[in-house]
Each structure stands twice: as structure tokens, then as C-alpha cells.
Design a protein around this ligand. Sequence first.
Ligand code: SGN
Ligand code: CA
Length: 536
Amino acid sequence: MTEKLLQLTLLSVSTLFLVSCQASEETGPPKRPNILFIMSDDHAYQAISAYSDELIKTPNIDRLADEGMLFTNASVTNSICAPSRATILTGKHTHINGKIDNMMPFDTTQITFPQLFQQAGYQTAMYGKLHFGNNPRGVDDFMILPGQGSYINPKFITPRGDTTITGYVTDIITDLTINWLDKKRDQEKPFLMMYLHKAPHRAWWPSPEKFKEFSQKTFPEPKTLFDDYSGRGTAAREAEMTIADEMLLSYDNKVLPEAISELAMEDDPRNERYFEGSEYPRINEAQSKLYQPILDSIADSFKEQWPTMSDEEKRSWKYQRYMQDYLGCISSVDDNVGRVLDYLDKSGLAENTIVVYTSDQGFYLGEHGWFDKRFIYDESFKTPLLIRWPNEIKAGTTNDEMVQNLDFAQTFLEAAQIAVPNDMQGESLVPLLTGNTDSWTREAVYYHYYEYPGPHSVKRHYGIVTEEYKLAHFYHDVDEWELYDRQQDPQEMNSVYNDPAYAQVADSLHQELKKLREKYKDSPELDKKYIELYNK
Ligand code: SGN
Ligand code: CA
């Protein structure tokens, strides 16, 4: 059967399904569930108290774990923004959907799961950050940020043209979402809502209130903040994402450039972005009254402490400023998730709505001395995943299976009783959610990162991750393998690839990796093709 014909067949199957479901909706249950998909951008699981409360309390996001399921081993297939979104929307690995990095265009003739929801009679909408290069397909209404978007007084792209809204982005995206749920949707139909935060993406601008509150706090340092990368390969050593050297004092840490010049320090030329294209010039007069006193006090503390600090103390100082802003952003996300959950409760929608909270990938919060993502190492490979589905998921459950963003499309389609196109590459999580775990047999997941040469200089690599081990191949301008024993060395400080004690493990992982690459239709030829395309 040709692919087109197959798609048509699947669509007619889903239409039949729709007709029967609608009929049953009229005569009573079972009703198709609503889906509220909440995704933030760069939200590390380390900054959700359901996972660990060392850094921050997130009582609202935690509600989803208390009333639903917390996944402790959820991961992405390619730890970078637009590719993660493409995988979520298509249910396919990067090398199949073609969106290998943030720059490569997405082939819009591909089916994305919201289109299938729309065809099956769902009301669909998307508000917030898509960062995908294209407008969304299959949504009845959308308001998305252009590209990375802005934290302060953000501009939105809408089907009715562009518009700028005064205020703080996380609050605004939430207002838009609640407004659609409350006033704009057709109450007779089930809905799919994609509620997508920009926060806590770099350069981590909190709202004025959170800026004030969090700039007073001190956070514990991760054990690996001073990693010297001696236990690992070239890729870790050459990546440009260290707090020490790559995090910029004024652009990232919000030290006013005047304070830097007062110390007669050479300002990093990259800091020019602080003014051009950054949040600072977006702040209006009323907002400036709130931001300026905090910016001044950061500048004062910088001028007082910086000149006498050792390199280690400087790194610690930057880490604290980073966490104050990053976690200030998270705190707003949590408050706003709370507003939406409260709305679901008040409106009576909560009972028949699946609520998902996730991020487009994880993030380094100082682990290995880093910020940013991209690597197969845990902090960026793993992503938060919490799902609440009343009457289906047993409240307060934890699930340790290796699930991925690749699985979301199939999960949502199955939950909504919509036929799943058979070229999707994930697996529905519905059996895990409903406790029918016998059919779940996955023991390893596949990962492939491409954006090199590029921002932060993380080399291309692919790999296999099992519960016990992680084997990765870094290629392109290197040819290096790394192997981590996830149980003995959870912080991934020492690759044991060349340790004779692990020779057998490495051997069997090589074979499993080869099988996984075959299963998902990845290959050395495709690696080469994507390097050539990238160079064009
Ligand atoms: C920007 C950031 C990078 C970040 C990429 C990708 N630099 O380029 O730090 O890795 O986005 O992020 S910034 O100076 O513009 O903030 S992603 O989430 O879109 O993939
Ligand atoms: Ca991201």
C-alpha cells in the first residue's frame, strides 16, 4: 500500500471512530477526554519539587504527580528545541522528520498530531512558544511567539496578524489559554490545548516580583560545578557552555554594563546583545521602576565583591545569579500552571481532562559547570514528565520506564481514540498510565544530536541508553566512544569505554545500538547526508 493510500485508510478509520464516538457522546459516556499539553522551554527536572526540592518548591506542577503519574526516566530523542517539538508533533525521530536542528526547515507536508485531532472532531488551539519555523497546522486558533520570543511585552503571531501585548510572557500565555478555554471554544466538543511556555529559556528574565524575591535567595551548588572533564572525551571539554567562560555577566547575569566599565574591566564583546535584541530595551517606564532597583543592587554587589574574588568564587557568584533568575522564571510558570489547574477545577473540566506537564528537554543547572543542553548526558537527555488523568491513572504513582517525547503523539491519539498512523515510531504510554504494563517491553532508547558546528559547540553524537548503561558515539570532527555505568557513576564523571572490565558490556551495547539504528531507520548514510545538507 502506498503511504498516501495508507494515510487515507487511517483517516477513514478515524472518521468511522469519530462517528461512533460522537454517537456515544450523545447517549452518554464514554466521553473522549480533553487534552491539556503544557510544555515549558528548558525546564530541568532538577527544578521541579516532585523530582527534588533542593532548589525550588513547585506546588502546582507537583499536583500533577500527587494526583497522577510522575515519570522518572522520561527523555528526549534530540536535546534541542525545534527538533524536540518536531518529534513531539510527528511521533518520529529527527532523522525521519528531517528537523535535525533549530535551523533546518520542517517539511510541512508531514502529518502532525493536532491535524489528526482536528479531523477527528476535536477543538484545537495553541498558545505560546512553538519555535518551529512554521505556523502550527491543525489548530483552530493560535497565538505563538515569533522564534524565541520575548519575556517582556512580547509580540505574537496570530492567524489575524501580529500583535504585541504588554506584560510578562508567562502570565500572558496563561491569560490567552484560560480565555480560550473559558470563552472561545465550542463547549460541545472535546479539546486539545497546547499551552507552551517560553520560560525558563535563556536569558532567564523573571517578572519584576520574582526578580525581587529570588535575587535575595542562595541555592546549593551541584556536586559537579567544578568538573574538569578529565574523565570524559573531547566533546565535553570543547563544549562552549560553561558558567565560568560562556555565561555572560551583563547579558545573562544582568550586571549593568556601567558596573563592568566602572571596574575598568574589559566587557565581553558578546554582551552587546544585552542591549540589542535583549529584554532590557523592551522594559517600559512603569516596568523599569520595578526592575531598576534590583538591577542596581546586583550592580552594587558585583562591584563590591568581584575585584577580590578567586576564579572559583566568581564561578559560584555567577551560578547564584543564574539560579536566582532561572528559578524566578520557574516560580512564575508554577503559579500560572496553578491558575490553569484551578480553572479546570472551577469549570468542572478537570475530571475529563488529561493534563501533561513536560519540557522540550532538560537543562544543566551548573552540573558539570554548565548551562544549556544538547548532550546525551542525563541532565539534558532527561526531561520532566507528569501526567494527570482522573479515573485512569492511580493518583500518586511513579513510573520508572524509559519513555520519550517520541511517544507523546501516539499516547494522545490512543487516549482520544483516534487511529494512529502506522509510520509513527514511538509507543503509546496509555498501558503505563492505566496500569496494564505487560505489553510494555522497551529496554533501551535511541538518541541523536546534530547541531554542530553551532551555538555552544556540542559535537554530533548518537547513542543508546538502557537502565544500566549509556553508550555514545561522537563523530564528525572526532571519532570517539563514551560509556557510562549509570548505576555506579550516576553523575557520569568517568567514561569506562576503555576499561577492560567493561569490554563485554560495550560489546553487547554496540550490538543493541546497531539494532536500534536499524529499527528506527537511521544509518551512516543518513549521518553523512545530514552533514552535507548542513554544510550547504
Ligand atoms: C539561543 C541561546 C542559546 C541556546 C539556543 C537554542 N543563545 O541561541 O544559548 O542554546 O538559543 O535554544 S541566546 O544568546 O540567544 O540566548 S533552544 O531552546 O531554542 O533550542
Ligand atoms: Ca528548549
